[in-house]
Design a protein around this ligand. Structure first.
Ligand SMILES: *Cc1c(COP(=O)(O)O)cnc(C)c1O
Length: 369
């Protein structure tokens, strides 16, 4: 039995430290926006090579506050990839702006910078690239377009902690950037968590207020804010995990390299391709095949769990019916949704397990052809 995901190895690494910091959190009697939060924010900013970090409730909160802090709202358009996770789209909707979908590069799954200019209108306020599955977007091209048209850039870095483009960390390019610490993410909490990173002091100060009722000083409200504070206890746990993130990222890359090796040469599948200049931290290892449904069923019959990220592109979701899109409007996103398959990848996964998954994929495809 090979699960899609297991926390066992990660948890073993940190269990004793987590229990220790839990006790000190418990004894501190400071349960909201305390010392653990400010320590984590400093540490995470340093890791991301960004000047500032604001801890928030989750990744969707981070995206929403980023958009609010930039003043993006009703009547504005935000460019996002047509194959992203729904949270990216929801954040744009929450502030009353309109999501404008741009197709990804079919090889990298990331937004195709060459298609962005065509989507820009006088209403466009921002480009929101998503470093999908853990691979950094082509940030050089995106930043040039943003400068040319005076657009904000907001990175959705939920899946790509520690990824780089041309040696620079994701989450440090945009004017303001969002990430998630949902348990299964590369840096995962033991519950909910998220963060904003930015190099802009004004936006930093604004987000700190926005997450905490719009106030700097208690009971003085300068902005119509929210309660989107990071949980103090999760910040304490994240501080521990952050110390392991380099090691864990290397391990993910090693597992992905085993997949690359054992899957290479198998006819009927496409392996993930890493763009020149980009690094990939393999939040997910996603292959493509036209026989996706049959392959997934076969692997499941061999006790190998796989998932589909994501089966329905945002423009075809019921929630976005009002945008008036139909099947055929974003052919690449639809093709990816129909053919992608995420293979098991988790800390502690061993080479024989990867080899076994690859062997079963190969066996299935030989018999299917
Ligand atoms: C997980 C994720 C989010 C949302 O994060 P939550 O913490 O679940 O709110 C946003 N964008 C992407 C690309 C994600 O993968």
């Amino acid at each position: 039995m090979i699960p899609f995901l297991s926390f066992a190895s990660r948890n073993k690494d940190i269990k004793n430290e987590i229990l220790t910091v839990f006790e000190s959190f418990f004894d501190s009697e400071s349960y909201v926006l305390g010392r653990c939060t400010s320590e984590f924010e400093q540490n995470y900013a340093k890791f991301s090579e960004a000047a500032y970090c604001v801890g928030v409730g989750n990744g969707l909160d981070a995206l929403q506050l980023a958009l609010v802090s930039l003043g993006i709202g009703s009547g504005d358009e935000v460019i996002i990839p047509s194959n992203t996770y729904i949270a990216t789209v929801l954040a744009v909707s929450y502030v009353g702006a309109t999501p404008i979908f741009v197709e990804p590069n079919i090889n990298t799954f990331n937004i195709n910078p060459n298609l962005i200019e065509n989507a820009i209108t006088p209403k466009t306020k921002a480009i929101l690239p998503v470093h999908l599955y853990g691979q950094a977007c082509e940030m050089d091209k995106i930043m040039i377009i943003a400068q040319k048209y005076k657009l904000w850039v907001i990175e959705d870095n939920a899946q790509a902690h520690l990824a780089t483009f041309q040696g620079k960390k994701t989450g440090s390019f945009g004017d303001i950037n969002a990430t998630s610490f949902y348990p299964s993410k590369n840096l995962g909490a033991f519950g909910e968590g998220g963060a904003i990173t930015t190099n802009n002091l004004n936006l930093y100060n604004k987000c700190k207020m926005l997450r905490n009722y719009g106030s700097k000083e208690r009971y003085y409200n300068e902005l119509i804010g929210f309660n989107k504070r990071i949980d103090e206890c999760q910040a304490a746990f994240l501080n521990v995990s952050l110390g392991y993130l380099n090691k864990w990222t290397e391990e993910r890359k090693r597992i992905a390299a085993w997949y690359d090796y054992y899957l290479s040469g198998i006819k009927g599948i496409t392996l993930p391709i890493v763009e020149k200049g980009a690094s990939h931290v393999y939040h997910l290892y996603v292959i493509r095949t036209p026989k996706r449904e049959q392959l997934q069923r076969y692997l499941s019959s061999k006790n190998i769990s796989t998932l589909i990220h994501y089966p329905i592109p945002p423009h075809l979701q019921l929630a976005y019916k009002h945008l008036g899109y139909k099947k055929g409007d974003f052919l690449i996103a639809e093709e990816l949704a129909d053919t992608c398959l995420s293979l098991p990848i988790f800390l502690g996964m061993e080479e024989w397990q990867v080899k076994h998954v690859a062997h079963e994929i190969s066996t299935f495809l030989k018999n299917a052809n």
